[in-house]
Design a protein around this ligand. Structure first.
Ligand SMILES: Nc1ncnc2c1ncn2[C@@H]1O[C@H](COP(=O)(O)OP(=O)(O)O)[C@@H](O)[C@H]1O
Ligand SMILES: [Mg+2]
Length: 254
């Protein structure tokens, strides 16, 4: 499924937070969203996922204007992994993941074999099968993050939006999660603040600065010394890597 944004703008009072953003994500593509703190990544993701109405512009998912799609139908297609979502206490890990099945169920339908398979598969994907009975509130931050990703996977979406999904994760799980999202047969948009991880796992990258797109393209095209200097305010060397020409950034401490 494709995601296309046309001239999206959104703000609060007189402050523009997302400014005239247009972008396209092709079917199966993994798009990275990078930008300094406060550049509008989370706000843009929420607009793209239909969790917030733009002041102007529109989003099409699979060529349908999402403002016209009923919420439940939309949530069968689109999953959103929040930056640091909370979940009610006193629930088991598996119950949190089961919530991902809600859009697929009606008031009358019981818990099905398909629901069970989706939940088991999702827990396995994030390496949390052995924790399914553990209480949510006893998990570490990184484990909670993985369970939230499992909940999104259990939804079996065709499009997935993830807001800094690797925060709190150890490096093994950062790489595992991003590799998994890249390899899933779905369209994804991932806000990331680790530029090297964005370079490793994204097909294309959009750079946001003060709510506007200031660059868009392959990691190689976008992660230039000039952008790192002008947008991220760091001095860095860009090294080619053996990994299909993906750039690797080496920051200088001085
Ligand atoms: N609901 C809101 N009310 C007021 N300001 C907001 C609101 N949401 C976001 N902002 C502001 O908009 C800017 C962009 O925020 P955000 O989208 O969270 O950026 P990022 O995810 O790139 O760090 C920030 O300055 C933030 O304080
Ligand atoms: Mg954010």
């Amino acid at each position: 499924m494709s995601v296309v944004a046309h001239n999206l703008s959104w703000g609060v009072k007189r402050k523009t937070i997302v400014s005239d953003v247009s972008l396209t994500v092709g079917p199966g593509e993994t798009l990275g969203l990078i930008g300094p703190n406060g550049s509008g990544k989370s706000s843009l993701l929420r607009l793209l996922a239909g969790l917030r109405r733009p002041a102007s512009g529109r989003v099409e998912i699979n060529e349908q204007d999402i403002a016209q799609v009923p919420r439940k139908a939309l949530s069968r297609q689109v999953a959103f992994v929040q930056q640091s979502a909370e979940t009610d206490t006193n629930v088991a890990v598996a119950d949190v993941v089961r919530l991902g099945r809600t859009p697929h169920r009606s008031a009358l339908s019981g818990w099905s074999e398909a629901d069970e398979t989706a939940v088991r598969g999702a827990l396995a994907r994030v390496d949390m099968t052995s924790r399914s009975a553990q209480a949510w509130q006893t998990l570490s931050g990184g484990e909670r993050q993985r369970v939230h990703i499992a909940r999104a996977l259990a939804q079996v979406p065709q499009v997935m939006f993830l807001d800094e999904p690797t925060n709190h994760l150890d490096i093994h799980h950062q790489i595992e999660i991003l590799r998994m999202v890249r390899d899933l047969d779905l369209t994804s948009v991932i806000a990331l603040h680790d530029l090297n991880l964005a370079a490793m796992f994204c097909d294309r990258i959009v750079v946001l600065q003060e709510g506007s797109v200031c660059a868009c393209g392959t990691p190689q095209a976008v992660l230039t010394r000039d952008i790192l200097h002008d947008v991220f305010r760091v001095t860095a060397q860009i090294e080619g890597s053996a990994d299909a020409g993906r750039p690797h950034i080496r920051y200088s401490a001085g």
